[in-house]
Design a protein around this ligand. Structure first.
Ligand SMILES: NC(=O)c1ccc[n+]([C@@H]2O[C@H](COP(=O)([O-])OP(=O)(O)OC[C@H]3O[C@@H](n4cnc5c(N)ncnc54)[C@H](O)[C@@H]3O)[C@@H](O)[C@H]2O)c1
Length: 384
């Protein structure tokens, strides 16, 4: 019996930050290193990547450094080659749509970074095209696979919270302007015309985090702002920051749950982690970050009394208990790659499809509209 199957993966955008580190190194090459993706019937799927991009020099060097046999600057030719069955895209968002359409026409299964494309309408269109062609489609939902959020999911599934009342998320850190100290994010993130902006970047994440943990998002009220209007790019040249660098959002979820999330690249961290969610429920509360998760049960809840005349002596943070790991957590991007590849091999489901991606970018679009028009925006249903 054949104990291995091979799936060829076109990897477009691997010279970028996400494409290289998370998808090539930490996922596809790590899967190669461990001998493929194990299936439930004992077989393994070996992944063979072909690196695709615009610059031959960089691609050749990447391929050499990591012992990858195939690379190309000619996407059309690669798409025409039946050796490659999956198309992966981590290019700039603004150029992804065109490449995904070409991949669908070539009959490739699809897996992409988020957002899948620049508008929800485009993403739904891609989903329907892919469905009609009988192709699997998936989009990165990496935050769901973080240890902190996996622990939070464990608590939700165990009914720890009772009725969930609210969720408060705090995401962000200081991104240097680029003069003096160089910026730690690409400059396109700060230019609207290049697909930048914290709303487009982060609301896609908040949508899948909220809908997979607590309930579908039904309405949004948001304020998006550009706190830092001038930045310096990769060449040290000043440019006008035309995209929002902070967003303050209120999301109304199924079940009357209110989620309020601040997302900012202009905030200094006084938290344990770069993102934290506090969940308050009738029976208990939790604060989850990327890795950690702490809880306080109803029976262990202190009874503070407001009195500004005396200093606070209670150590509130010490009154929470750490949720144990009880598992070894793999890299979140890799875990999702494995789930997607298993679904392509007919082994299990990968529910994080382009429709989910469309709901993500729809939330970003609605957030920006809410901010521009100064009003609450209700979300229309998106489904196959
Ligand atoms: N899942 C996450 O947490 C996460 C985090 C950051 C970014 N992203 C997403 O990943 C994607 C890439 O972001 P990044 O931060 O790696 O950006 P990046 O600028 O580091 O990389 C962009 C990639 O696209 C390529 N590219 C740039 N301009 C192009 C053009 N005109 N035509 C074709 N290719 C072009 C670059 O060569 C590079 O390979 C974006 O869609 C972004 O939204 C996801």
């Amino acid at each position: 019996m054949d104990v291995t199957t091979r799936i060829g993966v076109v990897m477009n955008g691997v010279t970028g930050r996400m494409g290289y580190r998370q998808h090539l190194l930490r996922s596809v090459l790590a899967i190669r290193e461990q001998g493929g993706v194990p299936l439930s019937d004992g077989r393994r799927v070996l992944l063979e990547p072909v690196l695709v991009g615009r610059g031959a020099t960089k691609l050749r060097e990447l391929a050499r450094r990591h012992d990858v046999e195939h690379w190309s600057t000619d996407l059309d030719t690669v798409l025409g080659d039946p050796r490659w069955q999956v198309y992966f895209d981590a290019q700039l968002t603004s150029v992804r749509h065109k490449a995904v359409v070409a991949a669908i026409e070539a009959g490739k299964h699809l897996y992409t970074e988020k957002p899948v494309a620049e508008t929800a309408r485009q993403v739904v269109e891609l989903a329907r095209l892919a469905d009609a062609a009988g192709l699997r489609h998936g989009v990165v939902h990496d935050k769901l696979f973080l240890p902190g959020l996996l622990k939070l999911k464990r608590l939700v599934d165990a009914g720890f919270f009772g009725r969930v009342l609210s969720v408060r998320g705090e995401f962000g850190y200081w991104v240097f302007e680029g003069d003096g100290q160089s910026a730690q994010r690409p400059s396109w993130n700060y230019r609207k015309q290049d697909g930048g902006g914290v709303v487009v970047d982060m609301f896609c994440h908040w949508n899948y985090v909220l809908e997979n943990l607590f309930g579908r998002v039904r309405a949004v009220t948001a304020k998006a702002v550009t706190h830092i209007p001038r930045r310096w790019d990769e060449r040290g040249e000043p440019y006008e920051a035309t995209a929002d660098d902070a967003a303050y959002g209120i999301f109304e979820l199924d079940g009357g749950i209110i989620a309020q999330v601040n997302s900012s690249w202009a905030v200094r961290v006084h938290r344990d982690e770069l993102v934290e969610f506090q969940v308050d429920g009738t029976e208990g509360s939790a604060v989850a970050g990327l890795w950690g998760c702490r809880v306080q049960h109803r029976s262990m809840t202190p009874k503070p009394v407001w009195n500004p005349d005396v200093p606070t002596t209670e150590r509130f943070r010490d009154q929470w208990a750490e949720v144990p790991d009880n598992a070894v957590f793999d890299n979140g991007f890799k875990a999702q790659w494995e789930q997607f590849i298993r679904s392509v091999a007919g082994d299990g489901e990968h529910p994080y499809d382009f429709y989910a991606g469309a709901r993500g970018i729809r939330l970003a679009e609605a957030g920006l509209r809410s901010s521009a028009e100064g009003r609450r925006v209700e979300l229309e249903e998106i489904a196959p």
